[in-house]
Design a protein around this ligand. Structure first.
Ligand code: NAD
Ligand code: DAU
Length: 337
């Protein structure tokens, strides 16, 4: 039986992952190990928190002793590392916590994993490790790593450390590199929830630069199904790109949100660009599709509507976040714009 340590399971992708696997698989036991930073929210897990095969531990992945004790106490044999500082703009304000959690924390998990009978360690990485594309081409698993902002550099460090542990200590380790996710429970600092919430609230929608930067969007459940496939069947030492062939310029998404909510384009405000802003991401997931028989199931057109609707229907969830420390972050990020 798989006994999985999921780190960062109270965040956006991690909580969607836990809701998905705990409703889909019976023969698993899961420990959610999360520090509950500003981005961690146990409310995301209400539907599964009472399950007998689920345990929550508040802990920091940088704490070797607590990680090691947790792995042993719960006889963990699989680890999925979602835990991270995940927002590029915050990493531009200060990169220390990014280095600490993303690089050092991953290193702690890898070392602690050496002490157990490990079936698989899955490092959740990102397409940002590849840097930026011009108008042509796609990121493949052999594209050279060229991270361009502090968040991306910290994720590249973690990703390479995981692969180095696999090579050096012959550990069963796999890495996934996914494109931009959207869906329920995404923290409002990210493009889609931020624009939806501002539009609902009749606030300005701050678009960086010319609004023509391109991201390649995937519904969070498609990413999570890919992670389960790679955990089950991924070959040790391999990297798997995950994406759904859904490239969109930012301004197109912003206008789509305004159209859905029947709000005017006059709410759009072009603001100062993000420093070192990556121009385009586009991911080739042919390897994952061919080797592990994975395919994205959700169309962007449908899933983006479901996502906007989710934020309309779950005002309580985001109003609580907006009333807290998020105000300070919002002022810091958008006051000069
Ligand atoms: P998130 O910011 O929503 O959640 C991060 C979670 O990690 C939170 O619950 C937080 O409390 C926890 N955490 C942070 N530091 C920790 C620490 N030191 N110890 C234990 N827990 C800690 O992030 P997300 O968007 O859900 O991303 C999850 C993972 O997926 C990250 O590794 C990210 O790099 C990767 N990723 C994200 C995307 C995306 O579009 N969001 C795309 C590809 C890859
Ligand atoms: O590609 C995967 C990455 O996607 C993940 O590794 C990161 O964790 C995740 O945050 C995301 O990074 P991005 O920087 O691409 O996502 P973000 O939602 O911050 O921004 C998406 C695009 O929208 C980007 O081009 C910047 C732009 N943007 C963002 C915000 C918050 C705006 O124009 N205005 C905004 O206010």
């Amino acid at each position: 039986m798989k006994r999985i340590l999921v780190t960062g399971g109270a965040g956006f992708i991690g909580s969607n992952f836990l809701n998905y696997i705990l409703k889909t698989y019976d023969d698993i036991f899961v420990v959610n190990y999360d520090k509950l930073t500003y981005a961690g929210n146990l409310e995301n897990l209400r539907e599964i928190e009472a399950k007998k095969n689920y345990v929550f531990i508040k802990g920091d992945i940088v704490d070797h002793e607590q990680v090691s004790n947790t792995l042993k106490k719960y006889e963990i044999n699989n680890i999925i590392n979602f835990a991270a500082e995940s927002h590029v703009d915050r990493s531009i304000h200060s990169s220390y916590s990014f280095y600490e959690t993303n690089v050092l924390g991953t290193n702690v998990l890898l070392n602690a994993a050496r002490e157990i009978d490990l079936e698989k360690f899955l490092q959740v990485s990102t397409d940002e490790v590849y840097g930026s594309l011009s108008t042509e081409g796609l990121f493949t698993e052999t594209t050279a790593l060229n991270p361009k902002n502090p968040y991306a550099a910290s994720k590249a460090g973690a990703d390479l450390m995981a692969l180095a542990f696999c090579n050096t200590y012959k550990m069963p380790i796999v890495v996934t590199r996914c494109s931009n996710n959207y869906g329920p429970y995404q923290f409002p600092e990210k493009l889609i929830p931020l624009m939806v919430i501002n539009a609902i609230s009749n606030k300005e929608l701050p678009v960086y630069g010319d609004g023509l930067n391109i991201r390649d969007w995937i519904y969070v459940i498609d990413h999570n199904k890919a992670i389960m496939k790679v955990l089950e069947d991924g070959k040790s030492g391999e990297v798997y790109n995950v994406g759904a062939k859904s490239e969109k310029p930012n301004i197109e998404i912003v206008k789509l949100i305004l159209d859905y909510l029947e709000k005017p384009y006059s709410l759009i405000k072009y603001v100062n660009d993000r420093p070192g802003h990556d121009r385009r991401y586009a991911i080739d997931s042919a390897k994952l599709m061919a080797d592990l028989n994975w395919e994205p199931e959700y169309s962007f057109d449908r899933a983006i509507q479901d996502t906007i609707k989710w934020y309309l229907d779950n005002k309580n969830w985001w109003e609580r976040i907006l009333s807290g420390d998020y105000q300070n972050y919002y002022k810091l990020q958008y006051q000069t714009n």
